[in-house]
Design a binder for this molecule. Structure first.
Ligand code: AMP
Ligand code: MN
Ligand code: ZN
Length: 917
């Protein structure tokens, strides 16, 4: 393996270690909390008192979330670079073997020497494993088999790997060595060493799933049987035929997690690998014989080659994860297997719905608790539960027990029914069964929050944490809020809680990973993603693991400490910089984005200094102060906060700089007048008419003016949506306004930066951490305004988003969401440091998703509702009058505003109002 791959692997280990330490800490805290409040008896999950062997794993490649499995990336394979990221890392090597390979397995021993003696090596330390690798790397071939555990695990895991050379049998304890197994990768991937398996189909993908071990150069004795047209191709048959050994295949269903293994299990496990080399030798001899017999034929069948080819094509298989939650088809297939008589068609819709819901519940519970589906709840129990009305938890309990009647699972393992999962979550089943209208999507988030959310009932583990934290990874069960009602009633307290819940950062923002320059000097702290970014591009090497640190392999442009500023080398705490609150925090941008987005590219770096964490209360204070200060800036610079009204040339003399009419105000007024004008109290009508008139420069307004006002300030995207809603009657109006203002403003607002990686002065902290996980949302981006234009907490973002663009639901007092398009931070890659969203091929000018190809420079998401145009004018003014110095002073003013409003007591050392860009 090249250094790059090693490092990457080391990095994966380090990352996972860090995550698991974090999770352990969280769990401890949660258990402590639970013991403290001990409210409901149902809040104890069986897992708290029953640790499972896999909970000690620190490096888990396939977790139970809906994320696709990531295969190992082979940096040796240059052709692999542009290929789909999840191609087989050793495709080239294996393909070469498919074309031309002759397994050379020549045993120096007689059959008598093949007999199994007492001695075998139990490998359960890292050192022993390294010694084994040493031995194996000198062999030309060795035999392999694996044993799995699948009942008490969602995806199953390898519990034992048996490896036999001519001389020795090794039993590798893959539970104890789970995190170290990748040491074996090179020998398994070495094309010059032949690996002999029997029926390798499963083993090959299991080894990928658990250890990123890829088998290259395989000889599968069952494939040889096929080619030789043997009457049977089971291992038991081969053992009997060639070795006169009998084996009890029932033992394969033992619980292979147990330690120590019983003598019988050790015997079984060794037998599965021990004789394979001898059997392979015999089979190859037979294959060769056939080749020789047919040697005179022109188009002869190459038996040896064919057996080898079929074997190696198994190696090309790739492990994949089930990333779809069970849907309708899963439910009907389950029913078809368990409903007797007339078939699924005879089953009522209601029953089918319940089956579907129970399947979904079972799937999620299995993922959360890392158990197999059948361990959680059997198919027959689901069918039984769906077929009769049940009113109490004890009825449910009894029915499941009855349906299963203690099914036997293995030689001596019974699944207790109902399972501990059912027992500790019986009330959920009751809930599902009693509320048949609950939809899938709702159940999903409800269960996740109940089990893994704050004060959740179940332990957060390395297997399930992504279910909670990757909220974008719920393919068919995505959470959709179900109604518009109520948001007026949400009390301030509840609204605050919601805000915290939705918008606070879900994971620590600062991971305090370190980046060193190539001379060993500390450059800055950053998050894990950033480390990964550099590592994956071979721009850095990993120099420390816990917490991870990298060293850049190129010369960075600037050194923060050269400029006598230690801010970037301070490790930062995940607390509110205002009051020190640690339970939740949101990112807050000290320089409002409406200005910052228009800064010259090179002044946008070092963003971390001006993004701080604040609790929701300090956030509100800071935000209010910033809004107030924006108005002050507007007055001071004579640049209104909102788009200027349309001024007809002949009225130019009347132009006066005031705040203008906000498009939102204008649109709301126009809509109200159109809908309710005639029925309105006279005063109110006058008031609203005044607003619209102001926009049109004071002249009298017509019906058409009102209609036209409805789309003022909308982005093309918003307007399209709006037109769709209102029908085509607005097309002509659109044409009139489109040219007059939008183009002039929006044109220059989309700045796609060149995220040149050599610009390391853009190193900053948390700059693109978790953009996807909605941690980066702040009030500036999603502000809910009511009719009066007063901002209020975005109490339910998704709900509001769906009623945009304006009060078209007949309710004049409805809310609307205002996207102060500064969120272009994440949509248009405004920030040079937002490297993670760059197109992989470095093409930075790709248009935003829903943009039409003709409007290349136009960001359709850019809305004029925000202060974007104001910000742009202010920044242009500053640049023109004072240059970059002006921008620097402008930033200092904002830091001053922030400090005066919040009075922050927990700013990181080195934070400075006078910080220089
Ligand atoms: P083997 O190599 O034949 O011992 O099988 C390897 C692993 O496959 C075992 O450890 C089991 O986990 C699994 N397995 C194979 N066949 C069965 C079966 N019929 N029932 C349950 N598990 C099986
Ligand atoms: Mn086996
Ligand atoms: Zn639980």
């Amino acid at each position: 393996m090249k250094n790059g791959s090693k490092m990457r692997m080391a990095f994966v280990i380090a990352t996972v270690t860090a995550i698991s330490i974090f999770l352990t800490a969280m769990n401890r805290r949660r258990i402590r909390n639970r013991n403290r409040n001990k409210k409901s008896p149902s809040s104890s999950c069986y897992l708290h008192s029953e640790p499972k062997p896999q909970s000690a794993f620190k490096r888990v490649l396939a977790d139970n979330s809906y994320t696709p499995f990531k295969h190992f990336k082979n940096s040796n394979d240059s052709s692999n670079n542009d290929k789909a990221s999840n191609s087989h890392p050793f495709e080239a090597e294996i393909t070469a073997l498919l074309k031309n390979s002759r397994p050379e397995i020549e045993l120096s021993t007689e059959i008598a020497d093949m007999e199994m003696n007492e001695a075998y090596v139990w490998v359960n330390t890292e050192l022993q494993l390294k010694e084994l690798v040493n031995v194996l790397s000198k062999e030309r071939f060795f035999a392999v088999d694996t044993e799995q555990h699948s009942l008490r695990s969602f995806l199953g895991f390898t519990a034992l790997v048996q490896i036999s050379t001519q001389k020795k049998d090794y039993l590798v304890d893959t539970i104890a060595l789970h995190d170290f197994m990748s040491i074996l990768c090179p020998v398994f991937a070495d094309p010059s060493i032949c690996k002999v398996f029997h029926g390798a189909d499963n083993d090959v993908v299991w080894l990928q799933r658990d250890f990123h071990i890829y088998v290259v150069n395989l000889f599968d004795t069952s494939k040889a049987c096929e080619v030789l047209s043997k009457p049977q191709k089971s291992l038991a048959y081969l053992l009997e035929t060639y070795c006169s050994v009998t084996t009890n295949k029932l033992l394969q269903r033992e619980d292979w997690r147990q330690r120590p293994l019983s003598a019988e299990m050790v015997q079984y496990a060794r037998t599965d690998a021990h004789y394979l080399l001898y059997i392979a030798t015999c089979l190859i001899a037979e294959l060769k014989q056939l080749d020789n017999q047919n040697s005179c034929d022109d188009d002869k069948f190459h038996f040896v080659h064919e057996a080898s080819r079929r074997s190696n094509s198994i190696c090309l298989q790739l492990f994949t994860k089930e990333v779809e939650a069970p849907g309708d088809s899963a439910a009907s297939s389950l029913l078809s297997r368990h409903v007797s008589g007339q078939g699924v068609a005879s089953v009522s819709n209601e029953t089918q719905t319940i089956v579907k819901q129970l399947c979904g519940w079972r799937d999620l519970m299995a993922r959360i608790h890392d158990e197999s589906l059948k361990y959680v709840l059997s198919d027959q129990a689901i069918v039984a539960l769906s077929s009769q009305p049940l009113s109490s938890e004890s009825e449910i309990y009894n029915l499941i027990a009855q349906a299963d009647n203690n099914v036997e699972m293995g030689v001596n393992s019974f699944i207790h029914s109902p399972s501990p999962v059912v027992c500790s979550h019986l009330s959920d089943i009751h809930h599902i069964l009693s509320d048949k209208l609950v939809n899938h999507d709702h159940i999903y988030s409800w269960i996740i929050q109940k089990c893994l959310g704050p004060n959740g009932t179940c332990p957060l583990t390395i297997f399930n944490y992504a279910l909670l934290f990757n909220s974008n990874l719920k393919p068919s069960l995505a959470y959709k809020p179900s109604g518009l009602k109520n948001h007026r009633q949400i009390s301030r307290k509840a609204s605050r809680d919601l805000f915290v819940q939705k918008f606070s950062c879900k994971a620590p923002v600062y991971h305090n990973c370190r980046i060193f320059a190539n001379d060993g000097r500390l450059l800055c702290y950053c998050d894990r993603k950033k480390l990964e970014w550099y590592l994956s591009r071979d721009l850095a090497k990993l120099v420390d693991e816990d917490p991870p640190a990298i060293m850049l392999l190129f010369e960075p442009k600037g050194r923060p400490e050269d400029e006598d500023n230690d801010f970037y080398i301070q490790s930062k705490r995940n607390i509110c910089v205002g009051c020190g609150e640690g339970s939740h925090y949101l990112r807050y941008r000290i320089i409002p984005s409406c200005y910052r987005m228009h800064f010259p590219e090179h002044l946008k770096s070092h963003r971390s200094h001006d993004i701080v964490l604040l609790c929701v209360d300090c956030h509100e204070i800071a935000h209010a102060a910033a809004e107030k200060y924006k108005r002050k800036i507007a007055a001071e610079f004579g640049i209104p906060l909102y788009v200027q009204r349309v001024v007809h040339p002949e009225q130019e003399s009347n132009v006066q700089i005031d705040e203008g009419v906000s498009p939102l105000q204008l649109r709301t007024a126009a809509m109200a007048l159109i809908r309710h004008g005639p029925r309105m109290p006279h005063n109110r009508r006058e008031e609203l008419t005044e607003i619209v008139k102001r926009y049109y420069g004071g002249r009298e307004i017509s019906e058409e003016d009102l209609e036209r006002a409805l789309i003022v300030g909308m982005s093309p995207h918003e307007r399209r949506r709006f037109e769709k809603k209102r029908g085509i009657s607005f097309r002509h109006v659109g044409k009139i306004t489109a040219g007059s203002e939008e183009e002039t403003h929006a044109d220059s607002t989309t700045r796609i930066s060149n995220g040149d990686v050599s610009k390391v002065d853009s190193l900053d902290d948390g700059s693109y951490a978790n953009e996807e996980t909605s941690n980066n949302v702040d009030r500036e981006h999603f502000m809910v305004k009511d009719d009066s234009g007063n901002p209020s907490l975005a109490s339910d973002l998704a709900v509001h988003a769906s009623v945009s663009p304006t009060a078209s639901n007949g309710n004049t007092s409805s809310f609307e969401i205002v996207d102060y398009s500064e969120s272009s931070d994440s949509t248009t890659n405004i920030d040079g440091t937002n490297l993670s969203r760059k197109k992989p091929n470095g093409d930075l000018s790709y248009p935003p998703k829903d943009e039409e190809s003709t409007q290349t420079k136009h960001n359709s998401k850019q809305s004029l509702l925000g202060h974007g145009p104001h910000g742009q004018e202010v920044v242009e003014h500053l640049m023109k009058e004072y240059g970059e110095e002006g921008i620097g002073q402008f930033c200092q003013r904002w830091r001053q505003v922030f400090v005066e409003a919040v009075n922050p007591r927990f700013l990181p050392a080195g934070w400075d109002v006078k910080h220089r860009l």
